[in-house]
Structures are given as C-alpha cells and as structure tokens.
Design a protein around this ligand. Structure first.
Ligand code: GRF
Length: 206
C-alpha cells in the first residue's frame, strides 16, 4: 500500500466520561476531516479506569480500547511497544489523570497533547481537575476562564502552551455553569487544534 493511503494513527488517553473523545471521533471519523490530505484514525482509546464512560464511547465507534495497569504503565516499555506496534504517532490526553512516564514522553517528543479546563498556568497542577478547577476559579472571583491545550512534559499541566481560548465569567457564574461553558469551548476547539497540531508536526517532520 502506498504511503499516502495510510492513516495517521492517534491514541486518546482518557479516564472519564469521554465527551471530548466523542467530539474528536465525530470530527475525524464522522465528518472525515483530513490533515494534509491524509485520514486521521483514532486507533486506540487508552484508559486506566474500568467502566469509564469513554470506553463505551470507543466501543460504540468500533475503536479498540486498552485498559492499562498502573505499575506496568510506570515501570517500563510494555505499553510503549504496544503503541508502536499499533503504529500510533500522536497521543492526545482528554481527561487522563495519571502523569505520563518519561519513557513515553521521550518516545513521543512534542507528540503528546493535553487539554486543561482553565487558563494555565493558573488553576493547574496535581488535584486540579474536574469540578475542583471550576470551584477554585469561581472562589477566586476570576473575571475570565477558558481552556488550555498544551504539550505534555514530566510535570502536571506544565508543558508549552499550544492554544488557549477564554471568555468573561458572568456575575452569577457558578462552578456548574462554568463547567458547561468550558465543555462547549473544548468541543469547539479541541478537534480543530488537534488537526492543526498534527499538520504542524508532519510539515516539520513528515
Ligand atoms: C475536560 O474538561 C478536560 O479539560 C479535562 O478533563 C475533562 C474531560 O472531560 N482534562 P470528558 O471526559 O472529555 O467529558
């Protein structure tokens, strides 16, 4: 088979309900967005949580899933070999709560992207996920919040920022209303920004 017909293979790591994963699948699989004329295939959904909603989303889209085990994930190259064997060249974290081991970061330099539901460097770091982020933003009476898409390094929510989008909070904002607005912003931008990132990397290093 000629090179141009091979899809670009991407893995999504997620531990939660998987609404971002659903949007990414919709964008690349159902709407068929291409990157540099090539198809992007979500080839694998990786989760550390049995029963996570994201596994159902993957299964109903016919996407293979991999349930990972903590010691094995942090110990060595077992999963890394698995990703390479499946031809994965990009990894997206969409609500994945474990730190990414150095070996994986080294194997995928600038090829692992995470989304965070606030404007980093504010409201990031260990324990800052889900409703804790929105509660902290509202409690701090921030005038703005938004989303950050960034490269992954060895620290939580720390790598180089790739993209941010923000909006003004309303006077009666609650963590719940904020969570809803953030999710809508994620769905709007994350798939498109993944496409921009893949294009950027492939243009530099085909
Ligand atoms: C998103 O808000 C994302 O920013 C954060 O985890 C959440 C995942 O939500 N990293 P979902 O599982 O995609 O619905």
């Amino acid at each position: 088979m000629k090179e141009e017909f091979l899809p670009i293979r991407l893995a999504i790591f997620a531990s939660g309900k998987g609404s971002n994963t659903r949007e990414i699948i919709r964008y690349f699989h159902e709407q068929g967005h291409l990157v540099l004329g090539q198809r992007v295939e979500i080839s694998l959904v990786v989760s550390n949580k049995a029963g996570a909603g994201v596994l159902d989303i993957a299964a109903s889209a016919g996407i293979p899933t991999l349930l990972i085990e903590k010691e094995e994930f942090f110990r060595g190259s077992h999963y890394l070999e698995e990703f390479k064997k499946r031809g994965i060249s990009f990894i997206v974290l969409a609500g994945f709560l474990w730190k990414i081991p150095s070996a994986l970061i080294r194997a995928y330099p600038d090829r692992i992207l995470n989304i965070h539901p606030a404007l980093l460097p504010l409201f990031g770091g260990k324990g800052m996920y889900g409703s804790a982020v929105h509660e902290a933003v509202v409690a701090a009476r921030e005038r703005q919040s938004g989303i950050t898409i960034h490269y992954v390094d060895e620290q939580y929510d720390h790598g180089r920022i790739f993209f941010q989008a923000s909006f003004n909070l309303s006077d009666d904002e609650t963590p719940e209303t904020l969570a809803e607005k953030i999710h809508a912003l994620e769905y709007k931008h994350f798939p498109e920004q993944i496409a921009r990132w893949v294009e950027c990397k492939l243009s530099l290093n085909p």
